[in-house]
Design a protein around this ligand. Structure first.
Ligand code: BEZ
Length: 327
């Protein structure tokens, strides 16, 4: 073979190889509503880095935090059509579509983030994920935790009666709506990103949130009291578009699922370690943190339980598994 022909052959093979890698390389777009500094966003970025490395460049992940792709409801629609590949979102949004997920928000189901992480890896919570392709057009890759829920209030909260009649910001979905309705509050649906101004202008008197959101969104600048009730867990769920999943090979699915689970799961240790520091920072800023347990809510909790035991059989399974963890 002549030298020029050899050179052209080599160039052709290199171009063909490059084209084939380029054609199969896929950038997965992943959306979140939390800010870039939030632990969920960092977990998504770490997952993307590891996926790129383990797939030898076949996959990369572009992370869009802070609601750049719209609300969670909007992102869920995009996942359903395949316009978005992945999302890490509150399980609240999923509970709006698949009612059984509401059981994960039972008051005092777990006592802390460590138990939350354990329960989310148990059979009842994992079993819920199997409902997602048929009922929501998405694949549930796994769960992670956020901080336990509490209230940040602009009014003294010495008893549960103090919450009655107050405008409380909530994430709107049935288990939390029922909780605040039973407390007699005027539950006010609002994205967490709007709460800072809403507290300042009196649109709300208090907010259902967690320590990390209070600190990272500086909500403590606008209120007096943290009622550290730890009344619910608030899981994040890793989702992939059902349409994109259908176009993904078995080996790749395995890898994506493994890494999503790993990085979502890592949130438990992170929150367990960071919560005390976040609380100390909030206290140093002059905010009173009052710790209360289930007794603070009196008979409201049993009323919630009675409603939800009728709504979903998953609640009884979760309570059983949770009781075994507590021993
Ligand atoms: C909330 O709506 O309270 C929320 C949003 C994102 C992450 C965690 C909680």
């Amino acid at each position: 073979m002549k030298k020029t022909t050899k050179w052209l052959c080599a160039l052709f093979s290199a171009t063909a190889l490059f084209a084939s890698v380029g054609a199969s390389a896929k950038d997965l777009r992943l959306g979140l509503i939390v800010p870039g500094t939030h632990a969920w966003t960092q977990a998504a970025q770490a997952m993307g880095d590891e996926l790129k490395e383990r797939s030898e460049g076949k996959y990369s992940v572009s992370v869009f935090p802070a609601g750049q792709l719209g609300s969670e409801a909007r992102m869920l629609q995009q996942l359903q059509t395949g316009a978005l590949d992945m999302a890490f979102m509150t399980t609240a949004e999923i509970a709006n579509r698949v009612p059984d997920f509401g059981a994960l928000f039972a008051p005092y189901l777990v006592k802390d983030v460590v138990q939350a992480g354990q329960l989310l890896n148990g059979p009842a919570a994992q079993g819920l994920l199997t409902q997602l392709p048929a009922k929501a057009g998405v694949v549930g890759l796994g769960y992670g935790v956020a901080g336990m829920r509490l209230m940040l209030n602009a009014f003294p909260t010495d008893s549960v009666d103090a919450v009655e009649g107050r405008k409380m910001r909530i994430t709107p979905f049935p288990p939390v709506q029922d909780f605040y309705r039973l407390l007699g509050a005027a539950a006010t649906p609002m994205p967490i990103t709007d709460v800072y101004d809403a507290l300042a202008n009196g649109q709300v008197d208090g907010v259902d949130a967690d320590l990390e959101l209070i600190w990272k969104l500086r909500l403590h600048e606008r209120a007096k009291t943290v009622l550290q009730s730890n009344h619910m867990m608030f899981p994040v769920i890793g989702l992939m578009s059902g349409r994109i999943w259908a176009q993904t090979g078995e080996e790749d699915r395995k890898l994506i699922r493994e890494l999503a689970r790993k990085h979502l799961d890592s949130l438990t240790a992170q929150y367990a370690q960071s919560e005390a520091q976040t609380q100390a920072s909030i206290e140093e800023s002059g905010i009173k943190v009052t710790q209360v347990g289930p007794e603070f809510f009196g008979d409201k909790l049993q009323q919630w339980e009675d409603i939800w035991m009728k709504k979903t059989p998953v609640l009884a399974d979760l309570r059983k598994e949770a009781a075994a963890l507590a021993q």
